[in-house]
Design a protein. Structure first.
Length: 367
């Protein structure tokens, strides 16, 4: 199996006609100027030097949200910079992210010419009222049209959605996930909303017109939509913004995050919570009260089963007075697990009874 590598190139949103309430793209990407053809080449060369695997799949990814909205000549220049590496077999494909209202047949034909394989659409919500409140400048109808065109022209379709947008509820986000599933994306990214400096959302937050989600609220909301995508075998390739010098703990001087559910291991929080729910459901099916169990799982799942800073182990002890041992077993498929009962409540009573019996005998012999 080939190891996959991404070469990220951040393109500031010069092509975006709107200023979404949550967005300050330059701060998110860390870029302060327009990327050039030379920048693309330098970035590719830098990353290729650090990819050691011979059996690898390399993809250049143009991030920034509005790639097909920037000047066409600039688009072509950036895409052309990748072509020699594709011809030499050093790069296998290209992916871009863009707005749903910046997709049409001519654009797709041109992207196909430049060997673009994956197109991700910044959907954020399928509720037109919420899209308008966030000043997205497009509707769900644009998303449906663009998604259909992308799939029809043979591209891999990706969607990006957000949780915690102004006036968006948990139910709205579940509805968004269900609506996106119907459009058959191959991949999805889920981003909880963060309040970024120099955005309209920051002004709303300071005025008390917007209350960001807590980390626990964001985890719960993300968890529910991840379950929906998992059930339909749609790969969730990211949960939460990439941790960077700018997107980091609000307490850091370099951080551009004012408030919101930031966590450097946000994905693990979500996936660990999902594991906790599944494990608890199985424990409740056991017909006897247990006080100690062993969970066996593939090594790839061990960290999420234990939880961030052993959160799941601690929670099981605090909530159910249950001691848990977690052990890797490689013949168990990833995503699956087994439970072994190490001690039941009856075993504990017997132990206490035996202990008390021995204590009484000892007391009698001392007399």
């Amino acid at each position: 199996m080939k190891k996959e590598y991404i070469i990220p190139i951040f393109v500031p949103n010069l092509g975006c006609p709107n200023c979404c309430v949550f967005c300050n793209q330059k701060k998110i990407s860390g870029e302060q100027r327009q990327v050039t053809k030379e920048d693309v080449k330098e970035t590719i060369e830098y990353y290729l030097q650090h990819f050691k695997d011979d059996n690898k799949y390399v993809e250049v990814a143009f991030f920034g949200g509005s790639f097909t909205g920037i000047d066409e000549n600039i688009q072509n220049s950036l895409l052309e910079a990748v072509q020699p590496y594709i011809k030499e077999g050093k790069v296998n494909s290209i992916r871009i992210s863009t707005r749903p209202d910046y997709i049409n047949k001519d654009i797709l034909k041109r992207l196909k010419h430049y060997k673009v394989k994956t197109i991700e659409l910044g959907v954020q919500s399928t509720n037109n009222y919420i899209l308008a409140k966030s000043k997205r400048g497009h509707t769900f109808e644009d998303v449906k049209i663009a998604s259909k065109l992308i799939r029809k022209h043979g591209f891999i379709l990706g969607h990006q959605m957000m949780v915690g947008l102004p006036e968006s509820t948990a139910l709205d986000e579940i509805t968004t996930a269900k609506s996106l599933i119907k459009l058959k994306p191959k991949i999805v990214r889920i981003y909880p909303v963060l309040v970024i400096k120099n955005t309209e959302l920051e002004d709303m937050y300071k005025k008390g017109d917007y209350i960001p989600l807590s980390i626990n609220q964001a985890v719960e909301r993300c968890k529910e939509v991840v379950k929906l995508f998992n059930d339909k075998n749609i790969e969730v390739i990211r949960i939460g913004l990439q941790n960077t010098e700018e997107i980091t703990d609000p307490k850091e001087d370099s951080s551009q995050v004012v408030a919101g559910p930031y966590h450097p291991a946000f994905r693990q929080l979500v996936e660990s919570s999902m594991w906790y729910d599944t494990i608890v459901d199985d424990i409740k099916k056991i017909n006897t009260k247990v006080v100690k169990i062993k969970i066996l799982a593939n090594s790839t799942n061990i960290n999420n089963i234990i939880g961030h800073k052993k959160e799941n182990i601690i929670k099981l002890k605090d909530t159910y007075d249950l001691d848990v041992v977690v052990e890797a077993k490689e013949d168990i498929k990833p995503g699956k697990f087994e439970i072994e009962i190490l001690k039941t409540y009856e075993d504990l009573l017997d132990e206490n009874h035996d202990y008390l019996g021995k204590t009484k005998k000892k007391e009698k012999s001392n007399k």
